[in-house]
Design a protein around this ligand. Structure first.
Ligand SMILES: Cc1cc2nc3c(=O)[nH]c(=O)nc-3n(C[C@H](O)[C@H](O)[C@H](O)COP(=O)(O)OP(=O)(O)OC[C@H]3O[C@@H](n4cnc5c(N)ncnc54)[C@H](O)[C@@H]3O)c2cc1C
Length: 418
């Protein structure tokens, strides 16, 4: 049973299962596998709460941050993965505790507009689109979704908006995505709050350190998300009870426990596990810059989602419009372009499509800044987590939530066990 205090602290993150070993809190040392945002935050929360416990972070590569990385070049700043966070007190608490508040600001309120492009036509996303889709049909489907294990397409029969939404969040079509996983509050997955959700939200609003975000707004860091990773690593390196083991890719939690002579319940796995190559989708990410004059016809906004599979590009984010801190040299605008590998793997095709989508002109910057693999979450995924083995702890986006707010709130919930 979760208390009102927990709901005010974690909000609807409480609907997601917490995959924690029952004996974790008896550990005299823990080993956190994976140094992405999840592993780093779990390590930070446990190490600062319990200085008597040694926390080892084991990472397969030579760098921390996982999918988070910020590309920079001559005044251009572009995140390869997450670029901003939606509002959640747990994220604000982390920024505050790391003393990064000076570098963290609200997104530009003038860059809220989102568009959807279908058959070459761009429309603004608004409640009117839901109205056109038949509000009764949508309401009935959402009510039906409470039986669980449906896809987003079934729970929200509002094509092509549902495809645009799932593409934007998990780079997949709505028919392939678990509704319980993506929108647990709508499908009523998990536990219910003890009072009305609106009251919980109002009470949560009073708990934000730094600043209270406006409804629907996002916030980001000067210098991109790498600022958060650097802040976490810096703080962890200053703690006597934390150590890093880099370039070490263990295969299983058992292997980790045996090598350290520790119980399996002291392993916290924040990396992919038992996922095959087919259980990911892949995305090419580009930073594309223009002079303001070249893109003067592109309205200031958040971005455009493109569910149409004949277009090599699935999403364009207006990076220099959105953030409170600069992302492009003066007189220029930066766009982040996402191109799923299943649509095209040719940079030329992506660049050519931008002539229709953004500007006829040749961009002043066109840089392929990375490839990212995103876990798949098929219908029934969230319910299947309930029966998973609890002999060790699992956290991060390979398990019960996809967003940074989830990962950060989950880390606090895990540390609450100590
Ligand atoms: C393109 C893109 C856009 C995104 N946009 C948003 C957004 O707008 N908002 C939002 O909230 N979230 C967004 N996200 C999601 C967000 O980035 C993730 O939720 C978060 O970064 C996941 O962190 P993680 O630590 O769980 O996983 P990862 O970052 O994947 O970290 C896992 C770590 O484990 C390591 N590892 C793997 N195998 C092993 C092993 N065997 N042993 C040791 N180490 C191992 C990896 O090298 C890596 O460092 C986006 C993601 C992508 C890719």
């Amino acid at each position: 049973m979760t208390s009102l205090k927990d709901w005010i602290r974690y909000g609807d993150e409480l609907r997601r299962p917490l995959c924690v070993a029952s004996d974790l809190d008896n550990s005299s040392a823990v080993c956190v596998v994976g140094a992405g945002l999840s592993g780093l935050t779990v390590a930070y929360r446990i190490a600062t709460k319990r200085p008597d416990i040694h926390v080892e972070i084991v990472e397969k590569s030579e760098r921390c941050g996982g999918v988070i990385e910020t590309w920079t070049q001559d005044g251009w700043i572009c995140d390869v993965a997450v670029n901003a966070t939606r509002a959640h007190p747990a994220f604000w608490r982390l920024v505050n505790d790391l003393d990064l508040g000076q570098l963290f600001s609200a997104s530009n309120p003038k860059a809220k507009a989102r568009w959807i492009s279908t058959k070459g036509r761009r429309r603004k996303l608004s409640p009117l689109l839901i109205f056109k889709g038949g509000p009764l049909k949508v309401w009935r489907a959402l009510k039906g979704a409470r039986q669980g294990t449906l896809s987003v397409a079934e729970a929200m029969p509002l094509a092509p908006v549902n495809d645009a939404m799932t593409l934007g969040i998990v780079n997949d079509r709505s028919a392939h995505v678990d509704a319980d996983f993506l929108m647990p509050s709508l499908t009523r997955f998990g536990t219910e709050p003890p009072v009305k959700w609106k009251r919980v939200k109002d009470m949560m609003n009073g708990t934000y350190p730094l600043f209270t975000p406006k409804p629907g707004s996002t916030a980001s860091f000067e210098g991109g998300m790498q600022t958060l990773i650097d802040g976490l690593v810096h703080r962890l390196e200053s703690l006597d009870n934390v150590s890093f083991t880099m370039n070490a890719p263990p295969d299983t939690p058992k292997e980790v426990a045996e090598a350290r002579n520790m119980p399996l319940s002291s392993v916290i796995w924040c990396a992919p596990l038992r996922r095959t190559a087919r259980e990911f989708t892949e995305l090419n990410v580009y930073a594309v810059g223009y002079t303001e004059a070249q893109v003067s016809s592109v309205k200031v906004g958040y971005g455009t989602l493109i569910p149409d599979e004949t277009c090599p590009v699935s999403g364009i984010l207006h990076e220099s419009d959105v953030h409170g801190s600069p992302r492009a040299p003066a007189g220029h605008r930066l766009f982040r372009v996402m191109a799923p590998s299943v649509r095209s793997s040719s940079h030329e095709e992506v660049e050519a499509s931008l002539r229709h989508l953004l500007s006829e002109s040749t961009p002043v910057v066109f840089e392929h800044i990375g490839v990212r693999r995103i876990p798949s979450y098929p219908p029934g995924y969230m319910a299947s987590l309930m029966s998973e083995d609890q002999s060790f702890t699992r956290a991060g986006w390979f398990f019960s939530g996809v967003s940074v707010t989830h990962v950060v709130a989950e880390a606090e919930r895990i540390a609450d066990r100590f």
